[in-house]
Design a protein. Sequence first.
Length: 148
Amino acid sequence: MKIAIGADHAGYTLKEQLKSWLEEWNISYHDFGTYSPESVDYPDYGILVARAVARGGFEKGIVICGTGIGMSIVANKVKGVRAAVCRDPYEAKLSREHNDANILALGGRILGTDLAKEIVRVWLNTEFTGGRHKLRVQKISMIEEEEL
């Protein structure tokens, strides 16, 4: 598995911690920035991760901003992305099982280190269950094809 990861300044510290955990877990990743806690605009980094996942270069992505909300909004603008903000392991599990979320959005100002680590661990280790959920995910894909 190869993970795309990116953050704004509010998510920078958590991103750096997540990179260490990914290395411990022998999971390959590419860091799309930001590379310091200097103030930046979250859309600039969320879009890089979302496009990398949508193009198929990465199986999954993780984006981090202050709350996770802004990054999830940006990521979900990209066709083929299903980004989910998760604040606990149960949401992480269901985002994968039911929604086949391919991007996890986290809040660097919301989550403690241990909780964030557990959310990521659960999210990465949970498979999409398919079944009745497959049709629902297909409907999302159909909506992406519609013109306004």
